[in-house]
Design a protein around this ligand. Sequence first.
Ligand SMILES: Nc1ncnc2c1ncn2[C@@H]1O[C@H](COP(=O)(O)OP(=O)(O)OP(=O)(O)O)[C@@H](O)[C@H]1O
Length: 292
Amino acid sequence: MVEPAIKIEDLSYIYSPETAFAYQALSNINLTIQGETITAVIGHTGSGKSTLMQLVDGLLIPTNGSITVGKVKVTPNSSKEDFAQLRNHVGFVFQFPESQLFADSVIQDVMFGPLNLGMSENAARRNAKEALERLSFPTNLYERSPFELSGGQMRRVAIAGVLAMDPKILILDEPTAGLDPNGRKELMQLVQQLHEEGKTIILITHQMEQVAEYADQVVALSHGQVAFNGSPHELFDDQSRLQKIGLVAPQTVRFAQKLQEQGVHITKLPMNVDELAEEIIKVKKGMTGYGK
Ligand SMILES: Nc1ncnc2c1ncn2[C@@H]1O[C@H](COP(=O)(O)OP(=O)(O)OP(=O)(O)O)[C@@H](O)[C@H]1O
C-alpha cells in the first residue's frame, strides 16, 4: 500500500487577515491524497483551488491547520526552512508557465531550478537534459532562446524546469490551457507517463473529460470548502450533486445517461470514448439491453 502523499488537516486560509480586505478563501479543509495517484482538483472560479495548491507547495502560510508531505509538516508557526522543505517535495507548474521563462537559452532556463536547489553545474545540466529528453524536446534547440520557440515548445521547457528538480509531487494548473488538440493529447500522455513512473500528480482543471479519463481521485471545492472527495465515477453518477456544485458531467457520461433514461441498461458509466464504445457494442450484441 502506497503511503498518503499529502495530508491536510483543518486547513483554513484568510487573505489579508486583520485588515478591512480580509477574505476567507478556505475553511476547514480535511483531505488525504494517496501517493502515486492522479488527483483532479475542480470547482467553480474562485472556489479556492489555486489557494489550496499554493498552500500545499509552501508558497502561502496556513492561517489554521496543517499540511503534511512525507516527513514535513507545516503549520502557521512553522519555520521558513520547513516551508522550503515542502517546496522541495512539491513541483508547481503554474497556468501558462511559459510566461515565467527568462533565461538566454532553453538549457539555462531548465537548469535554473536545480542550481537553485544547490546542485552542481554538472548535476544541474544532467537533470535538465534528462527532463528535456523526457519531454521529447529536440536537442538541437537546447541553446535556442526560449522566446523563439512555439507555444507548445515553450510549455515543455517550462514543465521541464520543474521536472528537473525531480519533485515527488507535481501540481499542474490547467496544463493544457491554450494548446491545440494535438498539444493537449501529448501533454496528457506525458502526465500519464509521469504518473506511471511513480509521481503523485495533482491536476487543477475545468475540463470534466480530463477528470473522467485520467483522475483516480477528484476533489471538488466550492466556496472554499470540500464539496466532494471520491472517484470520478461516484462524482458523475450523482447528477443532483453535480448540479449543486455547478458542474456538468463529460459527454460520454451524459450520452450513457441519456441511453439509461430510454431504458437501455448500461453496465458501467463510461469515463472515455473507448468505454462508451464498449457499452454500445455490448448493447448491440444483446449482452445487455432494454431494462436488463
Ligand atoms: N491575493 C489575494 N487577495 C485577496 N483575495 C484573493 C487573493 N487571491 C485570491 N483571492 C480570492 O480567494 C478566492 C479563491 O481564489 P483562488 O484563486 O484560489 O480560486 P480558484 O478556484 O483557483 O479560481 P480560478 O478557477 O479562477 O483560478 C477568490 O474569491 C479570490 O478572489
